[in-house]
Write a protein that binds this ligand. Sequence first.
Ligand SMILES: Cc1ncc(COP(=O)(O)O)c(C=O)c1O
Length: 435
Amino acid sequence: MSAFKERDLFPISTEILADGTLTIAGCNLSRLAKDFGSPLYLYDGETIRANIQKLKGAFSNYYPGNSAVAYASKAYLSRRFAEKIAAEDIELDVVSMAELQIAVKSGFAPKRIHFHGNNKTAEEIHKAIDLNVHALVVDSMDELMFVEKIAATKNKCVKIWLRITPDIRVKTHPHIETSAAESKFGFHVTTGEAKAGIQYALQSPFFELTGLHCHLGSQIFDPVPYRITIQMLYDLASECGYTPSELSPGGGWGVQYSIKDPVADPSDWINNICSAVVEQCNKNLMPLPKIVIEPGRWLVAKAGVSIYQIGTKKTTPNGLRIIGVNGGMSDNPRNALYQAKYSAVVNGKITEKKVFPSRIVGKFCESGDTLIEEIDLPETDRDDLLIIPVSGAYQLSMASNYNLAPRPAVLWLESVGNFELLQYRENPEESFWWA
Ligand SMILES: Cc1ncc(COP(=O)(O)O)c(C=O)c1O
């Protein structure tokens, strides 16, 4: 058996067996859940590598200049995961001291790293400068002055990008939109701060302004705002008499979380970015920059799967089934934070008729602790395994210890019987917060 309705949401190497259970990279999911406990998170190595190649291939098809794919590590990072992706020909976007340290320890040379963030600490700025990261991405005029002061104490010329905010709206949830006038991120164009920032950076002996950056938000399916932004960045650069040698339109391309979501090919995104840059360079008589995209979600979301064990089941007065699982908002806060939607299957019952409208809730003391608001499921029993695809991005990286829940184990699956533990399941008795 090879097909089921939700198949396209799962990692490339997923197979369904005759008994309706799943394997990924030849590894039996029931077996893994038994051996490592649940909730359990899995990453499929083949899917991540294929995704990287897909984006790089699109650049080869559509862009005559240099380009790089940088993984936005906030989507998920751990030491062993970083080692896996450091082996690929990609760069890395980090936003904290710990992400930076893990990246370097795991084999990312600092020249492959961009350091982002809207309120970097002095320690983070010192560290990024001392390591000579590829770009310190400065977020505001205030931060520009702060970085300059630190650079001056070291008498160093620091390679920077400026993060520019175009003050336009993109279609996504407001919590993950970063392009609008009220955004906390970046030098805003309409206040004049973006222009002033570029002009200031160009005259300072402590800065080498190597590029301009913009990140519009996340879970975006429309390439048009990227085109508008690229034009805006070139208008600004041209007004300031500045030629960027690097241009980063950020990440943000959306993924399909349920079969009802649109399917958007990232080649279309990259094609639009590349053609807009070429158009603007021709118009402004500028050489082509190196384009650096920073996808997080698109690179790793579909490679990840989460597995929960079903516990309680009850029916509300309006006929909705409430199914409780042994994880919830502590390992996946996305529904609680911004009503993110998911699909799910019950292992061993994947092809059974889905006749019960159900809500999947977690075990934590909060009414908003819901994983899936409404989904049709077959009859379920205590101890069935609920498998949620597209679990690889912004779940564990935003996990908490709410109700002192231990964070789950995470595995990297490579091939039959070949998997590695990326993260141990936390043991509260060994954690400092327990003592
Ligand atoms: C600066 C920057 N780049 C890239 C990303 C990655 O976005 P996504 O995971 O939607 O591709 C983010 C996400 O917040 C970001 O802030």
